[in-house]
Design a protein around this ligand. Structure first.
Ligand SMILES: [Zn+2]
Length: 448
């Protein structure tokens, strides 16, 4: 229950600066929304469980004075807007306006672009109706997730906007490691993909040049790859980079290509999903690429290092303290040394019966004249919840992006129900156990 006697509000504008970093849900409250919250428990919950509540009304300020003998300052929604926009403009980033009609959004965009030159502005106009359908919600979430903005302004009138933002906000903390959850219905084609030999044999390969739709044009790379736009994006910019020839998905002979792709596509992080680690085309070799900075691990890994396994010429090999995920990180200013270290890792991992290579996902990015390579050795293709019946079912087929910290849920009910415990459980099944990971590190040390 939302009570003026107990509710915690921001007391003055300067407290806006003191809010913690990271993803925050900030709401405003005035007399009207306070009264509405007395009758609408979902609205009250959305206001109370946000990260900050701002008194945007003279009567709230007055009520605090009489009821709690506390002097607080009115902070208008407009103050919050200016504060956050100025802050983002100083560092640069993306802001998203969700709500209103196309004409208003156009005017907002024109003005915002002029006032805040360092902010990229994106918008989406939801349908004008009392209740959104599931499809409406899907489209809004997809529009926002595709941009992955630093700031999201939701303007759909109270209490609708607060409830909507609260219901669709998802960031989970798994033993101190942040995982975003993305609701992405289009990814059902990959997460739900049948990758058994028979199903693969019976379908037309969608990565072979002969089967690409005529509108899908690629850019050649390295003489035997072409760079395509991914038709089912997770990232705002998402590429698929298949080999020209129809040949199985394997990493050993292609890892150097991956390093070269990262060096050429400096705005992107390149990733590889093993044939049984999330690749939906295990029969046709390919990499993917998504714009840099989208996956939490790219920025966070340094703060998560558990130790250095070894130095190796111009490279270093680290491992992270991020169980139940198991992560090795190569950092190298030399392509050859990075490739040698990867080869040592590859030879230190077990190969499952009936497999040709150790199960793994790999991310590579290149910045400040060095490669950073994340290797996630895998134990299993899909978690038990993937095939579980009824309530226990959760359609999660983890691949590089999930292990990089963005969990993809193609089904809305899964998006709504997934918890940090679910993510931990999934990771503990598909990643190496602590004991096996320890063994792998021992073998690597012996080989270096
Ligand atoms: Zn093919």
């Amino acid at each position: 229950m939302l009570k003026l006697r107990t509710v915690s509000l921001l007391g003055c504008r300067s407290e806006l600066d003191a809010l913690p970093k990271g993803k925050l849900l900030i709401n405003t409250i005035n007399a009207h929304s306070y009264n509405t919250a007395q009758r609408d428990t979902a609205f009250a919950e959305a206001l109370l469980k946000g990260d900050a509540l701002i008194p945007d009304g003279a009567s709230i300020v007055l009520a605090f004075k009489f009821l709690r003998h506390k002097k607080i300052e009115r902070i208008a929604g407009w103050d919050l807007f200016l504060h956050e926009m100025n802050k983002l403009n100083r560092k640069g980033g993306t802001c998203f306006f969700l709500g209103s009609n196309d004409d208003t959004l156009r005017k907002i965009k024109v003005k915002a672009v002029r006032l805040y030159p360092n902010i990229q502005v994106e918008t989406y106009s939801p349908p004008y109706k009392a209740e959104f359908s599931e499809k409406d919600n899907q489209q809004m979430i997809e529009a926002v997730n595709r941009v992955n903005p630093d700031l999201l302004w939701v303007g759909m009138t109270a209490p609708k906007q607060e409830k909507w933002a609260y219901t669709h906000l998802k960031e989970l903390n798994v033993n101190g490691i942040p995982y975003k959850v993305q609701f992405n219905p289009a990814r059902i084609v990959s997460s739900g993909a049948k990758v058994d030999a028979k199903s693969i044999q019976e379908r037309k390969c969608f990565l072979c040049p002969a089967n690409l739709p005529p509108v899908q044009k690629g850019i050649p790379f390295g003489g035997h790859y072409h760079i395509l736009v991914n038709p089912f994006p997770i990232f705002p910019r998402h590429l698929t980079i298949p080999e020209l020839a129809h040949t199985p998905q394997r990493i050993a002979s292609r890892f150097t290509d991956m390093l070269e792709l990262a060096e050429a596509l400096t705005d992107y992080t390149i990733f590889y999903n093993g044939p049984k680690c999330g690749a939906s085309a295990p029969d046709h070799a390919h990499f993917q690429a998504g714009n840099k900075g989208f996956m939490p691990i790219e920025k966070d890994w340094r703060g998560q290092t558990a130790g250095k396994i070894a130095d190796y010429r111009k490279a270093a090999l680290w491992y992270l303290d991020d169980a139940p995920r198991a992560t090795l990180v190569i950092e190298s200013t030399s392509k050859e040394d990075a490739a040698d270290l990867f080869d040592i890792i590859y030879r230190s991992l077990d190969v499952k019966p009936e497999e040709d290579e150790p199960m793994m996902n790999v991310l590579v990015l290149y910045e400040a004249d060095r490669w950073v390579v994340f290797v996630f050795p895998r134990e299993k293709h899909r978690p038990a919840c993937y095939t579980a019946e009824g309530e226990a079912n959760l359609l999660s087929s983890p691949a590089s992006v999930d292990l990089g910290g963005v969990f993809i849920t193609p089904v809305e009910k899964d998006f709504l129900k997934i918890t940090a415990e679910d993510v931990a459980q999934i990771l503990s099944e598909v990643c190496l156990s602590a004991t096996d990971f320890h063994k792998v590190r021992q073998r690597i040390r012996e080989k270096i």
